[in-house]
Design a protein around this ligand. Sequence first.
Ligand code: AMP
Length: 493
Amino acid sequence: MALFYRIAHIFRAFQVLYLLFDDIYNTEYSLFGIKNRANTPEGEILYMSFEALGLSDNLMKAIDECGYTEPTPIQAAAIPAVLMMRDVVGLAQTGTGKTAGFTLPMIEILDGGRAKARMPRSLILTPTRELAAQVAQNFDTYGKYTNLSKALLVGGVNMDPQIKALERGVDVLIATPGRLLDLFDRGNILLSDIKIFVIDEADRMMDMGFIPDIEKIASLLPFTRQTLLFSATMAPEIKKLTEKFLSNPKEVSVAPPATTATNVEQFLVETSPRDKKKVLDKLLKQEDVKNAFIFCNRKRDVDDLAAWLKGKGYKAEPMHGDMPQKTRTETLAGFKSGEIELLVCSDVAARGIDIDAVSHVFNYDVPMNADDYVHRIGRTARAGQKGRAWMLSTDRDAKYLDAVEKRIKQDIERVLLDGGSKPEDKKRSKPKTDHSKDPAPRSSVRSDKRADKSANEKPKNDVSPKKKRRYQDDDDGDSGTGFGDDVPAFFKI
Ligand code: AMP
């Protein structure tokens, strides 16, 4: 055993030396003879075709069937690095094609091998069940011409089928941390054969208090594994995690989907808490809404608003982390099929849901975490389409609105609804942007002078961000270790 570990260390040392050499000389060609400098911090995109990535015919066929013509920047940068067996830190969020950025090379690497019973060959950790399901779907899509087996270990569903799948042996294990640790503690799974370990949406894991679980899981894996970590932001806690568990990682980053800013028209209505429902109703009637996500900060508002909308005759359903997994899956299927037009949801429940052709996003509440705003509006305008995002804001939200506008580096256009609710505190209103180039909101909405949020102004009912955040998170990805409203949260504003 000692000899084995010595050999493993020597192998790793050689690997790290090679990688250092590769970095220092910034070579244009990797070991596989393919250019690998696409959109990395070092430089420009050098290749633009999937062929250049050196993927197998089986993968190329599946990619072709998806209709993808070229890799996205994160794929162009990450795929060659993963194929070179490097650890990778990918700074990218949903909508950038990051999932294929790790699933494609993983399929390439794992194809042909065989998994032993209860000893999966790779592990992907995701914060939520929905994201886990989505990653699994990616493996189905891209791996359809390979014989790789996979298992999904998520909470809220029966363990037995998951245990049976593990016993058959799986190449790819996609799991939420709570259920994985549960099954590990019961002895249903051994992690000593993991060759590739992926931490997806690390920042969201952090928000949900999963860092200790990730650390525990990482410590159970073999030293010689390859580790890939994807995160939309690089908070200090995530940085620490990468330093602890990744070895000389290749950093690849893409800007937050800039398309979000260009393809999503963003508007804001200033109103009062009392009038919010009325304003939303008006917007839903005035806008040409095909289907929409409506985001609330709190679970009870998700339920309440969905019930109210249903009462008004809208095809609306709620979705949040307290709902049974079966209901969540059915709701999602209904939304995808068009049976449900308005999905009233919380941030975590909606995370990772990938549905093309969503016409609108409504922020019923201003998110308390500015990054969430970017994620929310990124639910629309996917795959190059156009979308519209509306946000309702009250006086109480001034601080959070300010953070959102700083995050997106632009002022959101204020709109006054015809005959509708007006900002309560007109004294605060003064023009901040020139609306002469009005992006012409649809139907009868008209542009209004926007309210300025003075830097010194203290919002009413101010509550410390940490305190507020406690009421915002709602999902743990596993019923077994539910945090519910008491999720420990790191606040990023
Ligand atoms: P993700 O960021 O992984 O959630 O992916 C967002 C969307 O991009 C998904 O709908 C993918 O099917 C799609 N996608 C992934 N890779 C490509 C590509 N190379 N070209 C076009 N679409 C892609």
